[in-house]
Design a protein around this ligand. Sequence first.
Ligand SMILES: Cc1cc2nc3c(=O)[nH]c(=O)nc-3n(C[C@H](O)[C@H](O)[C@H](O)COP(=O)(O)OP(=O)(O)OC[C@H]3O[C@@H](n4cnc5c(N)ncnc54)[C@H](O)[C@@H]3O)c2cc1C
Ligand SMILES: *[C@@H]1O[C@H](CO)[C@@H](O)[C@H](O)[C@H]1NC(C)=O
Ligand SMILES: *[C@@H]1O[C@H](CO)[C@@H](O)[C@H](O)[C@H]1NC(C)=O
Ligand SMILES: *[C@@H]1O[C@H](CO)[C@@H](O)[C@H](O)[C@H]1NC(C)=O
Ligand SMILES: *[C@@H]1O[C@H](CO)[C@@H](O)[C@H](O)[C@H]1NC(C)=O
Ligand SMILES: *[C@@H]1O[C@H](CO)[C@@H](O)[C@H](O)[C@H]1NC(C)=O
Ligand SMILES: *[C@@H]1O[C@H](CO)[C@@H](O)[C@H](O)[C@H]1NC(C)=O
Ligand SMILES: *[C@@H]1O[C@H](CO)[C@@H](O)[C@H](O)[C@H]1NC(C)=O
Ligand SMILES: *[C@@H]1O[C@H](CO)[C@@H](O)[C@H](O)[C@H]1NC(C)=O
Length: 539
Amino acid sequence: MKSLSLYFSVVTIAFLSAFTLSSSASDAHESFIQCLHLHFHNSTSISDAIYTQNSSSFSSILQFSIQNLRFASTTTPKPLIIVTPNEASQIQATVICSQKHSLQIRTRSGGHDYEGLSYVSQVPFVVIDLINLRKIEVDEENSTAWVQAGATIGELYYRIAEKSRTLGFPAGVCPTVGVGGHFSGGGYGYLLREHGLAADHIIDAHIIDVNGTFLDKEAMGDDLFWAIRGGGGASFGVILAWKIRLVPVPSTVTVFNVPRTLEQNGTKLVHRWQSVASKMDKDIFIRATMQRTNSSQGNLTVQASFSSLYLGTVDKLLPLMQESFAELGLTREDCNEMSWIESILYFAGFQGQSLEVLLNRTQPGRLFFKAKSDYVTEPIPELGLEGIWPMLYEDEAEIGIIELSPYGGRMDEISESEIPYPHRSGTLYNIQHLVYWQEEGDEAAQRYINWIRRLYDYFAPFVSKSPRAAYLNYRDLDIGMNNINGYTSYKQASIWGVKYFKNNFNRLVKVKTKVDPHNFFRNEQSIPSLLAWRKNGGN
Ligand SMILES: Cc1cc2nc3c(=O)[nH]c(=O)nc-3n(C[C@H](O)[C@H](O)[C@H](O)COP(=O)(O)OP(=O)(O)OC[C@H]3O[C@@H](n4cnc5c(N)ncnc54)[C@H](O)[C@@H]3O)c2cc1C
Ligand SMILES: *[C@@H]1O[C@H](CO)[C@@H](O)[C@H](O)[C@H]1NC(C)=O
Ligand SMILES: *[C@@H]1O[C@H](CO)[C@@H](O)[C@H](O)[C@H]1NC(C)=O
Ligand SMILES: *[C@@H]1O[C@H](CO)[C@@H](O)[C@H](O)[C@H]1NC(C)=O
Ligand SMILES: *[C@@H]1O[C@H](CO)[C@@H](O)[C@H](O)[C@H]1NC(C)=O
Ligand SMILES: *[C@@H]1O[C@H](CO)[C@@H](O)[C@H](O)[C@H]1NC(C)=O
Ligand SMILES: *[C@@H]1O[C@H](CO)[C@@H](O)[C@H](O)[C@H]1NC(C)=O
Ligand SMILES: *[C@@H]1O[C@H](CO)[C@@H](O)[C@H](O)[C@H]1NC(C)=O
Ligand SMILES: *[C@@H]1O[C@H](CO)[C@@H](O)[C@H](O)[C@H]1NC(C)=O
């Protein structure tokens, strides 16, 4: 009886609070829309740019840029409204009205956030989806470009190639990644060792701040301009566009992808790769990717794939490899010469297709996934590597991937505090641990997530420590989170903050406190404001 009455009262409370919540949410929603009408400069364009949950295209607009199926289910919290601005004034209006009506903003460019932070929130929220702001202007004479935040890196690469085959840009591999999130979190690909990160090449930016003010580099000042180049855009405002410096690329580059199983000395090769890959000439980048595969004997084995971009011809590459990584046994037949833009297609898995595929914003084969990251400063001993392989034979590791990206080169030349991204000299390589799966539901997700957490635990003795560093763009809420309701102390936020940013976290907090003191732009891993925290009893 007792438990029954308890049951009833819980249900009643749940019912009542659901009722009040939905009615107040609907009020907030109504007055929010009225506010937008007031603030939109051109109210005839408002219906083009606003989708309520009742709009017939609400769901397709929302789903379109969800890149991780973990956050595409019916139980995933949905925004009250999606705004797809066509111009800056509509973003300014949304920023002002969201504050007035206590709605949180999530800004989405390409939607690749690993934890869905650009389109999921546990509190009532609005999504600003920048899909219509994706103009790209390439100035080949000055080797620069203006790129609106909603553009993808595929679109950027395509527009650069339209103008020049000897200009490129050092950003990521997957063409559907958005420049809004990618550049503001660092951003790298096969040009990392020659040219560093995408964020290292930003020379101006346009942002809408918490007051709805439009700022360029000069107006925002050095601190904010520093913060958004690697510190994550979402803590500071809505980035509208970047001005970037393009980089020269030779007219001929060489690529290869050489797989080696354990039976083909895979362990020894990965072990050796660790000490050579970051020391080689900076015009070569060799990534090592480990995954399980069926051996010729029919049992499981591990395959390490050595995938490489060399900024030169095969004739120059072969002696270079002979000198520093002869063990791989690279032959001329393994290599392909092509233009840099063709290498973009090659690494994205679109070799031989027309360049237009870069304009396609739909990622082929979306799955459920969870990823984690590490940085390595000393080679993992062979025995350590051998301990990884059995984990890749477990059921959950059917699509488990360990991806090693070499550092050195240009990364060694840039100081840790130049921009917020701190993982520079002394780093041998970055690790991305990844697991994909295809089954729906929480139970399946939990099994795969548990697997990757165990893998991550296994790596602990071999990777960077105090802090165990992580890459913001490989977002991982396991490493620490802000409070969803209420305030988060500096101390609590620094648990995840120093992993992504090391000492730069302190400067990010100072910038945040200055530009968004009341912590309007927030999420599970946004930079905290000292003022918001102190005002609420922090010390
Ligand atoms: C398939 C895939 C491949 C990837 N490959 C690479 C790679 O090769 N190299 C690499 O470095 N990373 C890679 N990533 C990671 C990628 O860099 C990050 O997920 C990046 O943040 C994605 O940017 P986005 O605009 O697509 O994501 P979104 O989900 O739109 O945004 C990510 C974060 O940035 C914020 N944000 C987005 N736009 C803005 C804006 N205009 N103003 C303010 N804040 C904004 C969001 O609110 C969110 O917090 C990959 C990710 C995926 C899913
Ligand atoms: C207002 O928006 C509509 C629809 O987007 C457009 O056709 C019209 O030209 C705009 N008017 C002004 C003054 O910008
Ligand atoms: C959606 O439509 C229903 C029924 O037409 C209406 O009662 C409700 O207020 C609408 N909600 C929103 C968010 O517009
Ligand atoms: C290159 O930059 C100069 C100086 O800023 C500018 O005057 C010129 O118009 C630019 N070139 C092009 C093609 O835009
Ligand atoms: C593996 O490496 C050893 C030397 O370390 C070499 O003798 C042997 O030929 C290699 N095997 C293969 C399949 O490459
Ligand atoms: C390996 O073999 C299994 C069983 O025959 C099969 O289901 C699986 O698809 C194979 N995997 C690969 C990578 O070829
Ligand atoms: C697969 O079988 C071969 C031949 O029996 C054996 O040499 C090898 O070690 C096995 N590999 C694994 C990963 O068990
Ligand atoms: C874009 O890519 C998706 C996924 O590969 C594909 O289904 C779709 O047909 C492509 N669209 C166009 C216009 O080519
Ligand atoms: C925003 O406006 C408030 C009130 O006008 C002002 O005090 C504050 O300095 C402004 N913030 C920024 C970042 O300009």
